[in-house]
Structure formats: structure tokens, C-alpha cells
Design a protein around this ligand. Structure first.
Ligand SMILES: [Zn+2]
Length: 368
């Protein structure tokens, strides 16, 4: 019977590296973990625990909220005034693409900032939902709070998300604050380092192109050298091949390493992170718009609606860009419209608003 790849890795760790892998960091697919558990690579005495990648779990918030758009696209929901109804969850005072992205962002902040503190993590996640339902009893108190209501900010205005929409969102928050799931996030593990190595391998050996085992092995070896030693580590490879083994080539490789090091330092800067956040926001908006367009095309008369929406959204985008240019002024003069269109506002700035105080019925109270 063919063995699972993870089982092979676990099975040879003692022989190859004289160590045991006691924590399994997964991305939600539990079949590998089950295979490893069943194989008992270190006998009955060594327990292997599962930890989830925070980044992958964070994405579930966005994925599950977007799924609501599809599941409830034909549901008639009263407008905020209560005078009429409108289909679906999109639009003003409902689950907009911006709101989905913000909620996913806040969820990530809540879990990352409470690793090792499960009750605190549950409270922080509950606070996100309740805050948007204008219940601020879970939001952090005091002047340093991100919640404008709790810190007494006069600019605070209540959120106006419709109660029916909040009811539909509630199960998503309940699922993503499940105690077993949060237990697996307590170590704060991510798969980022694995992903970094994988990107070095697949850059040399693209997944979309067939490659022999030898090519994959070679790509992996070169990627490991670059990851552990840097580009200068390739000098010994070149030497063994009898090519380019000169001071000039080594200096060039060293130059590449210095360049990469400087790039890494730049990437850690606040400015760079802000810029990246903007670009990510733009990308998400584009993806959401495309998805929305594809969803509409399946409805009767959907193609006509798309044209109208596109026309309207282009006009809206022009207005938003102009307004953003007026507000941002010189600071974003190089690419004003793109930067302004993608600004992702932090919780403190978008906090909100209670028109009516409403406590969700089923959200569980924190155990702290
Ligand atoms: Zn609040």
C-alpha cells in the first residue's frame, strides 16, 4: 500500500536527523495528520499534537463570509427603513466586500495578538461581531481602546448593518471561535517559512511545466543552498562544475545577497507594509468584483445587469478617486488614485456606531 508523504517524513526523521517531529502544523487538511497518527512513527509513548497555521485560519473568515453572498443571493431582506425588501447580502448596510476584508483583517489581529490566551482570543473575536452589532461590552475599555465608543470618541457613530444580515453572519463567527480550533492556534504557528522555501523551489521549477525527478531534486538542492547560505553558497557548486569560479563571480553573488538583505530590511519597514496592505486591498477588491460579476452572469438577465453595474461603478470609481485625491493631497502624489482607493482603515478609524443597541442572541460569552 502506498504510504502518505507525511508518514514517510515522520518515519525517517530519527534515522536521518536524530529528532522527532512532535507537532504537526497543518492548513486545515486533516488527512495527513490522521495518517501520521495512525502510523505511530515513534511508538505509543510519543504524542504528536496538531497546530493550525494562523494565516490559513484567518483566510477562512473571508472565505466563509463570501460564501454567504452565494448562499443567500436570492433571499429577500428588508431595507434599513423597513419600507421595502432587497435581494441578497450585498450593498449598503449589508455585507459589502470592504466589510468582509475588514472582518478578516480584524479576525487575524484578534488571533495573532492572543496566542497562548484562549479566553482572551474568544473575547477578542466575539468583540468583532458584537462591535458591528453596536454592543460594546466585549470591546476593550479605556482610552487606548480601538473601540471609539468605549474610549468616548465624539466622532463615534453607530454601525448600521441590518439585523438580518448580522444573524446570517453569526454562525461564521461561532464556527471560527470554536474552542478546539482556537486550541490549535495557541502556539501561533504559521507555514510561512515552508512557503518561502517552496517559492524558491518552484521559481526554478514552475509547477505548470513538466519536470523530471532529477530537475526537481536539483531545484530543491539549489533552493536549500540559497535559503541556508545565500547566493554565495552557489559558488562551491559552480566550482565543482569547473565554471565561473573567479573572484568576480563570487563578488557578484555576494552583491546579490547584499541586495536581497537590503530588500528584506525595506520590507520590514512600516511604509512598505502599509503600501503592501494597500495593494492587497486593491487586489481583493478586484477579485471580489470579478466574483460578483460571475455570480450575476448566472442569473436570468444577468449580463444586462453587469453592463449597468459596470457603467455605474466606473462613475463611482471616478468620483471616489477624485475625492481621494482631494483628501490625500501631495503625500500620495505619485499614484494618488490607486493608493487612496485601497486604503485599509484600522479598527480605530472605522469603529462605528450604534443607532440601536442590539446584543446578538447566540454569540457565546467569553469564559474569562
Ligand atoms: Zn466597540
Amino acid at each position: 500500500m502506498e504510504q502518505h508523504g507525511a508518514v514517510l517524513m515522520w518515519g525517517r526523521s530519527l534515522e536521518l536527523h536524530k529528532l522527532r517531529y512532535t507537532t504537526f502544523i497543518g492548513d486545515g487538511d486533516s488527512s495527513s495528520f490522521k495518517s501520521v497518527l495512525a502510523a505511530k512513527p515513534y511508538g505509543d509513548d510519543v504524542t504528536i499534537t496538531k497546530s493550525d497555521c494562523i494565516g490559513h485560519v484567518q483566510k477562512r473568515m473571508g472565505t466563509q463570509l463570501r460564501r454567504l453572498w452565494v448562499e443567500h443571493k436570492d433571499v429577500e431582506i428588508p431595507t434599513l427603513s423597513g419600507e421595502s425588501t432587497r435581494k441578497g447580502l450585498k450593498g449598503a448596510n449589508r455585507l459589502t466586500a470592504d466589510l468582509v476584508n475588514r472582518l478578516q483583517n480584524y479576525y487575524g489581529i484578534a488571533i495573532r495578538s492572543h496566542t497562548g490566551d484562549k479566553p482572551g482570543m474568544i473575547t477578542a473575536i466575539t468583540a468583532i461581531y458584537c462591535h458591528h452589532a453596536n454592543d460594546h461590552s466585549f470591546c476593550p475599555p479605556g482610552e487606548s481602546s480601538w473601540c471609539k465608543y468605549n474610549r468616548g470618541d465624539p466622532s463615534y457613530a453607530p454601525k448600521e448593518i441590518q439585523p438580518e444580515v448580522l444573524d446570517l453572519m453569526e454562525p461564521v463567527f461561532e464556527r471560527l471561535s470554536d474552542e478546539d480550533l482556537l486550541e490549535r492556534l495557541q502556539r501561533g504557528d504559521t507555514q510561512n517559512s515552508n512557503e518561502a522555501l517552496h517559492s524558491l523551489i518552484w521559481r526554478r521549477c514552475p509547477k505548470g511545466v513538466f519536470a523530471s525527478l532529477e530537475i526537481i531534486r536539483l531545484s530543491t538542492s539549489l533552493a536549500v543552498i540559497q535559503r541556508n547560505v545565500g547566493s554565495v553558497g552557489l559558488a562551491s557548486v559552480l566550482h565543482s562544475l569547473g565554471i565561473l569560479d573567479t573572484d568576480v563571480s563570487i563578488r557578484l553573488l555576494e552583491k546579490i545577497d547584499v541586495k536581497k538583505k537590503n530588500q528584506l530590511l525595506r520590507q520590514r519597514s512600516v511604509e512598505y507594509k502599509r503600501r503592501r496592505q494597500m495593494l492587497r486591498g486593491m487586489k481583493k477588491r478586484g477579485e471580489d468584483a470579478l466574483w460578483q460579476k460571475e455570480m450575476s452572469s448566472y442569473e436570468a438577465g444577468g449580463f444586462g445587469m453587469i453592463e449597468e453595474e459596470e457603467s455605474g461603478s466606473r462613475k463611482g470609481a471616478r468620483k471616489r478617486r477624485k475625492k481621494a485625491r482631494d483628501q490625500e493631497g501631495q503625500s500620495i502624489s505619485k499614484r494618488p488614485h490607486r493608493a487612496a482607493a485601497s486604503v485599509s482603515t484600522p479598527p480605530s478609524e472605522t469603529c462605528p456606531p450604534p443607532a440601536s443597541q442590539r446584543r446578538p442572541r447566540n454569540v457565546r460569552r467569553p469564559e474569562c
